[in-house]
Design a protein around this ligand. Structure first.
Ligand SMILES: [Zn+2]
Length: 155
């Protein structure tokens, strides 16, 4: 998982996606906008195939898989999404803003979701940072992935 040093603030529903793309040096094409909307509308990380299906389901016709792959690459390079590689070696994409923090991956279905960024999570991360410091380690670009079993796979 890659991160730029300055994460964007969490995306708000009222942000104009086209303006956001242009502000990051991207052209606001129909394909890029459909892919970006799909990522921003998901609470978990999506594979390129899931993004493709999401675009089709939202009525964005004329968009093929190649367009989706290229748009995901460009969005990741521009820092508008993060690519996360799961234990199944599959790349999944999360809109930036949802990915700033620890992630949970289901070891069974490989669904990846952000762990709630609440007081308890932040406190646990601070404790982890202090532990690293005691060991003389620094991790300014730490990526934390917790693996377990999701609700769907448990039932
Ligand atoms: Zn699962």
């Amino acid at each position: 998982m890659t991160r730029s040093p300055a994460p964007l603030p969490a995306a708000r529903a009222d942000d104009d996606p086209a303006e956001l793309l242009r502000a990051h040096g991207l052209r606001a094409t129909r394909g890029s906008l459909a892919v970006f909307d799909c990522l921003r509308g998901s609470d978990g990380a999506l594979t390129p195939d899931e993004v493709f299906e999401g675009c089709r389901a939202s009525g964005a016709d004329g968009i093929d898989r190649v367009t989706v792959y290229r748009a995901l690459d460009r969005l990741a390079q521009a820092g508008l999404c993060d690519k996360v590689i799961g234990a199944d070696r599959t790349g999944r994409y999360l809109a930036r803003g949802t990915a700033v923090g620890p992630l949970f991956e289901c070891a069974s279905c490989h669904r990846i979701v952000p762990i709630a960024d609440d007081r308890a999570t932040r406190s646990a991360l601070r404790q982890l940072e202090r532990q690293l410091e005691r060991q003389g380690l620094q991790a300014p670009d730490a990526a934390l992935m917790i693996r377990g079993t999701c609700t769907d796979c448990r039932s």
